[in-house]
Design a protein around this ligand. Structure first.
Ligand code: PLP
Length: 492
């Protein structure tokens, strides 16, 4: 650490607060044996604490600070109006255990958000409970299992997952005790139909498909893939993490998916990556609607004349039960996503996806002469290139580290696994052409450095507060507490 800790800055007697004289009788402290005075708390003035945390915050890279092309993560700019709405007193100072009559506005917002997500995705019903995408997957796969079970179809234990899938997909199925079968991709980056056919039998729970996939490609045989899975009695799970490419253009529910999670913290501008809690609502087709988690926000009594409807909670007939305490991440997730959708409207959301796709294709066009794009066709909102340069031995990791010197966040590294030295780049719609050009220029300059002065790339970063970390050592010898007062054991 180059920054001193609060303990090191501490000076006896300094204080950040003064208490007023009490207006209640003084009370004696418990007997000395119950107190300890050896706890070394730092003593500082308020200004010292503020400056300390401000200094630490400057070590962070953020989407408010610069371009953040972290593929598959959709690090779009988070509009500041979201912060205003989620802090409105009616949202901020309510409690989930209040009687429903006193929180009708909150319930109306949740109901409306469910309706909007249904319209955007083409699904019959939506739950807002799951805390993130992975939690949504787990919820969705639970419903798939419940569906098969309810039909007395008990031999289905096999979940099909393409090799380009995010690691959470096999993890979600694995956590439910299912056997995961990996389906390879074909030469164009689609699901390999022959391999899929070979696995389709009456033990298939379903297929978990990300579309567009993590190569940023729309599966060209999607109808055939869905037909094959249907034919053997399986269900289609859609990983909605890449929905940012599809808004207002195509609806996963119409395509034939049975269930899909939304990542409100990706597509719908809820801050993430240390910025706040995620939110992973799940949409389902008609045949899974009865299995949704409970409680579900619904209209209990319809509007009559001037009397507004009464919103409340219902339990779906064959509900898998509760997936999350209370009602999901209400203020941090749902209110922000609601604001984002309301601000954009249908046309605006379509623009979002069209600009996201345009930006990704523009960057790919500027880089493809210098970097290899192995599955090279028109991409959706992201693309994957090889982090290698002809005539140099620099690797994807080196290129990413060097990008930090140019003040850009690195792209996603080494994912998806099917691309050698993968660099997955997702610009999002919120970046303008100047930014995209500066980023492309930086990557082209790094390619030139890799050929003429490779050491400067291999030893990067040079301009950041810290140099290259020993990531293996950090993982193997985890130290959770960097400073310990004398006499305290390390937590190692
Ligand atoms: C982000 C992501 C997930 C997991 O979502 P979380 O919200 O991070 O849990 C799953 N699949 C894909 C393709 C993703 O990009």
């Amino acid at each position: 650490m180059t920054e001193p800790t609060l303990f090191e800055l501490s000076s006896p007697g300094r204080t950040g607060m003064t208490f007023p004289e009490p207006d209640v009788p003084r009370f004696d402290l418990p007997e000395a044996g119950l107190l300890r005075d050896d706890l070394p708390l730092p003593e500082l003035a308020e200004v010292d604490v503020v400056r300390h945390y401000m200094a630490l915050s400057r070590y962070n890279y953020s989407v408010d600070g610069g371009f953040y092309p972290l593929g598959s993560c959709t690090m779009k700019y988070n509009p500041k109006i979201n912060e205003d709405t989620c802090r409105l007193p009616g949202f901020l100072f309510t409690h989930p255990l209040q009687p429903i009559e006193t929180v009708q506005g909150n319930l109306m917002l949740m109901y409306q958000l469910q309706e909007w997500l249904k319209e955007i995705s083409g699904f019959a019903a939506v739950t807002l409970q799951p805390a993130a995408g992975a939690h949504g997957e787990f919820t969705g796969v639970l419903m798939m299992r419940a569906y098969h079970k309810a039909r007395g179809d008990s031999k289905r234990v096999k979940m099909l997952v393409p090799d380009s899938a995010h690691g959470t997909n096999p993890a979600s199925a694995g956590m439910l005790g299912m056997t995961v079968k990996v389906i390879p991709s074909d030469a164009r980056g689609n699901v390999d139909l022959q391999a899929l056919k070979a696995e389709c039998d009456d033990t298939v729970v379903g297929l978990m498909l990300t579309n567009p996939n993590t190569l940023g490609l729309f599966d060209e045989n999607l109808e055939e893939v869905i037909r094959l899975v249907r034919e053997c009695g399986g269900l289609m799970y859609g990983d909605g993490a890449n929905l940012n490419a599809l808004l207002g253009i195509v609806r996963p529910g119409d395509l034939g998916f049975d269930v899909m999670h939304f990542n409100l913290h990706k597509t719908f501008s809820v801050p993430h990556g240390g910025g706040g809690p995620g939110s992973g609502p799940v949409g389902v087709s008609e045949r899974l609607a009865d299995f949704l988690p409970a409680p579900q926000v619904a209209i209990l009594e319809p509007a009559i004349g001037d009397t507004p409807p009464l919103y409340g909670f219902v339990t779906p007939k064959h509900s898998i039960g509760r997936m999350k305490a209370f009602h999901g991440h209400f203020g941090g997730g749902l209110v922000r996503a609601y604001t984002y959708i309301a601000m954009h409207g249908a046309e605006g959301l379509k623009d979002v996806s069209q600009y996201a796709v345009l930006n990704a294709n523009y960057l790919a066009a500027r880089l493809r002469g210098t970097y290899k794009i192995p599955y090279d066709r028109i991409c959706m909102h992201e693309f994957v290139m090889e982090g290698r340069v002809e005539g140099s031995d620099v690797r994807a990791l080196d290129i990413s580290k060097r990008l930090m010197d140019y003040n850009f966040h690195p792209p996603t590294n080494y994912f998806p696994l099917i691309v050698h030295e993968a660099l997955m780049i997702e610009p999002t719609e919120t970046e303008n052409k100047d930014t995209l050009d500066r980023f492309a220029d930086a990557l082209l300059a790094i390619a030139e450095e890799a050929r003429t002065n490779p050491e400067v790339v291999k030893n990067a970063p040079h301009n950041t507060p810290f140099g290259r970390m020993d990531e293996v050592k950090a993982a193997r010898e985890l130290v959770l507490c960097c400073w310990l007062p004398e006499g305290y054991e390390s937590s190692r």
